[in-house]
Design a protein around this ligand. Structure first.
Ligand code: AVI
Length: 310
């Protein structure tokens, strides 16, 4: 039988040097529940900052969105709870909107639709399941002006040049006068950032180790998660927060018929969570070919919702 993409990525990643797993595989049922816990952690400031911006800066943001009609397309929409604040502000300003949440998970889209029906009954919701690439293609020919949302610092999990590639890719689906609203975590005190990815309760550690459990469950591997430690680092020059699992000892693990050798203290690269400065975002604007970008930040300038205009 042909190996799944998950099996192929895991086997290739563990045979690479340095070893690597993809953070997109964190989100099985247990991993998604752990991520919900992370979002409640005192150290993980990101969701509270983004919510504060949506609450406090909506009227400023709306001044930049002059039309009466919009389709609001949300990439990786999730449960939509934060987005509701933005959608409500648009409706309060008298705009007619249709909300198109895009997500890989049909379950979360169902939750999102039910949540919106309760919270904003007059809102037209059209969920689109699938990955970004295929679902953006499916809305390409729509004529109503678009606002594309990509919130939650999800752009931070695109490594290196991939973030700019993705933003340039999204831009291809936008016409003159359309907008792209990007939620980005900003460079700040390195200790604040590091604490967000190395919480005292150890939930982020469990979140990383859960991927080893998932590989055990789904690929019949025999990882002993307790033989690995979680290590997060932040590079204040590049703005990259990088998470690793470190093998505590020399060990062998069987994964899908392959034997993987670990040396003592050998790392597995798990995730990058990139942080940006406003200058970095200006460079992205220029390189992706947007006309302008305006930043809406929280009171501590921890996080930005940046509005890119085509
Ligand atoms: C989903 N993403 C934006 C989170 C982040 O901050 O990079 C995932 C995460 N990883 C560890 N904590 C949270």
């Amino acid at each position: 039988m042909k190996p799944t993409a998950f099996e192929k990525d895991v086997v290739e990643g563990l045979n690479a040097s340095p070893k690597k797993l993809f953070s997109k595989y964190f989100y099985d049922e247990k991993g998604s529940a752990l991520f919900q816990q992370i979002m409640q952690l005192p150290e993980y400031y990101l969701p509270a900052c983004e919510t504060a911006i949506l609450k406090q800066k909506s009227s400023e943001l709306l001044k930049e969105l002059p039309l009466a009609n919009y389709e609001v397309v949300e990439l990786g929409a999730g449960d939509g709870t934060k987005t509701a604040l933005f959608l409500e502000a648009l409706i309060r300003a008298g705009k007619t909107i249709r909300y198109l949440p895009l997500d890989i998970s049909p379950d979360i889209l169902e939750f999102n639709r039910d949540f919106m029906k309760q919270r904003i009954p007059e809102l037209a919701v059209e969920p689109i399941p699938g990955d970004y690439f295929h679902t953006l293609e499916s809305i390409k020919t729509r004529k109503t002006p678009k606002i594309i949302l990509f919130l939650g610092s999800n752009i931070g999990n695109f490594e290196g040049e991939k973030a700019l590639e993705f933003i340039s890719f999204v831009k291809k689906y936008l016409n003159e006068g359309d907008h792209f609203l990007l939620g980005v975590d900003l460079k700040k005190n390195p200790r604040t950032i590091l604490a967000a990815y190395d919480d005292a309760a150890g939930i982020t550690k469990q979140f990383n180790l859960n991927l080893l459990d998932r590989i055990n469950r789904e690929l019949g591997a025999n990882f002993t998660p307790a033989n690995f430690d979680h290590y997060a680092s932040y590079n204040p020059v590049s703005g990259a927060t990088t998470s690793y699992l470190i093998s505590k000892q020399a060990q062998q693990v069987r994964v899908a018929g392959h034997t993987i050798d670990f040396k003592a203290f050998e790392p597995i690269h798990m995730e990058v969570s990139q942080k940006y400065s406003l200058d970095d975002l200006e460079n992205i604007r220029e390189n992706a070919g947007f006309r302008s970008v305006q930043h809406f930040t929280d009171s501590r300038d921890y996080f930005s919702i940046s509005l890119f205009v085509v």
